[in-house]
Design a protein around this ligand. Structure first.
Ligand code: PLP
Length: 426
């Protein structure tokens, strides 16, 4: 098939089916354009995007400022590798470290790479600073976690589908229940070889599980008391998604001044990805202070594309958009409206049992078994009605639109969601 021919949805799906590995199960919608909160399929049908590429597109599709920065940089210099300096990386490093309040950043490309980077930094810190005997370091992780797809990361996943037949697995991880401080305390004090605690401030992929109010602060305190690194994976929750710049920011709505807020939990190691670039380019980052980051010396870690000039230019523009357009405040305000409206409906209906979330990272639980296809069928109907969302873990539907949404657009979306759910009432 010629690349110049106009594809129908069926053509595009057939091509992917024939020539692409079957490692995803997409909704049968073929998109070719996006702008703000909207995407269009190849037949010209317009949809609200309620996935935002798993929260990578927080700033909205094809944000002109971010695209402008990318085009400008692409015409000047794209990649030098880190064998040489470039004139964008240092500026970006200063910008992002000041933005989040850390001494240093280690730039990578994807979320999983950033998680791997954080794990390697944590282990090295454990041997060189904490004095754990070599190869003995243990990192605590949570049940239901999602941190990416590498061999090491799936080694400590609970998801059998992600794990099975990919062994042998990487050792050195202890799994405990999420949102369980007793379990954390027990694990942290179980051995002198605990190096770190890796946690998602809200478990997104697991189905948008919001932990209890004081969980993160108390977990951080336990880590501190035991000289264990608190490593926050904010790849999905970060960059204003949950109504604050970071989900560890708790209840503050400040812009880049989170350290002044009492509810702010400062991670020792912060992992970012996805919306760092507004979904425009693969950009991820690990942030930490000097006492931790300085364990990494030349030749010990890196990536050909990590810290490239396009990534640096794109990420700066994307982070500027977050502050300039007050996306955290908007997510917080619209999130409350969304949950209030959905909760009101759910009270009167038997198709969904609850709505939960924070900011504009929300989910509803469908009143059916986990292996039922009701949530999938609802998402198919939502698509028909002009709104794209995807089930996560069978009977849960996540709702995470771009944060540039207006209140009028949100009301429109709430109507679509409720009228669609009504079609499935029992
Ligand atoms: C998406 C995600 C990752 C992995 O990011 P990739 O860019 O897909 O490798 C890691 N952690 C969390 C919490 C995520 O949501």
């Amino acid at each position: 098939m010629s690349v110049l021919e106009k594809l129908t949805s069926a053509d595009a799906i057939n091509l992917e089916d024939q020539y692409g590995a079957h490692n995803y199960h997409p909704l049968p919608v073929v998109l070719n354009r996006g702008e703000g909160v909207y995407v269009w399929d190849v037949e010209g049908k317009k949809y609200y995007d309620f996935l935002s590429a798993y929260s990578a597109v927080n700033q909205g599709h094809c944000h002109p400022k971010i695209i402008g920065a990318m085009i400008e940089q692409a015409q000047a210099l794209t990649l030098t590798s880190r064998a040489f300096y470039n004139d964008k990386l240092g500026i970006y490093e200063e910008y992002i470290t000041k933005y989040f309040g850390f001494d240093k950043v280690l730039p990578m490309n994807t979320g999983a790479e950033a998680v791997e980077t954080a794990l390697k930094i944590c282990r090295k810190w454990a041997y060189e600073k904490k004095g754990i005997p070599e190869n003995e370091a243990q990192i605590i992780v949570c049940d239901g976690n999602f941190h990416g797809r590498t061999t090491t990361i799936i080694s400590f996943s609970n998801d059998e589908n992600a794990r099975k037949n990919f062994g042998p697995y990487t050792a050195g991880f202890i799994k405990i229940a999420y949102d369980d401080l007793e379990a954390l305390e027990k694990a942290i004090t179980s051995s002198k070889n605990i190096a770190g605690f890796l946690v998602e401030p809200i478990q997104g992929e697991a189905g948008v599980y919001v932990p209890s109010e004081d969980y993160l602060a108390k977990a951080k305190a336990l880590c501190k008391a035991n000289n264990v690194l608190f490593i926050a994976d904010e790849v999905q929750t970060g960059i204003a998604r949950t109504g604050s710049l970071l989900a560890v920011c708790g209840n503050c709505t400040c812009e880049n001044q989170c350290e002044k807020q009492s509810s702010y939990v400062t991670p020792d190691v912060l992992i970012l990805g996805k919306a760092v670039s507004g979904g425009v380019y693969p950009v991820s980052a690990v942030l930490a202070n000097n006492d931790i980051m300085n364990v990494i010396k030349p030749g010990q870690h890196g990536s050909t594309f990590g810290g490239n000039p396009i990534a640096a230019a794109v990420a700066m523009a994307a982070l500027e958009v977050v502050s300039e357009e007050h996306l955290a405040q908007n997510a917080r305000r619209l999130g409350k409206i969304f949950r209030t409206e959905l909760a009101k409906y759910i009270e009167t209906s038997n198709i969904a049992t609850l709505v939960r979330g924070k900011g504009l990272l929300n989910a509803i639980v469908i009143n059916d078994t986990e292996d039922s296809d009701t949530a999938w069928n609802i998402c198919m109907k939502l698509a028909e009605n002009g709104l794209l969302a995807k089930p996560t873990h069978g009977n849960i539907i996540r709702f995470a639109p771009p944060l540039v949404m207006t209140e009028t657009q949100l009301s429109d979306c709430v109507s679509i969601i409720i009228s669609t759910l009504k079609q499935f009432e029992k």
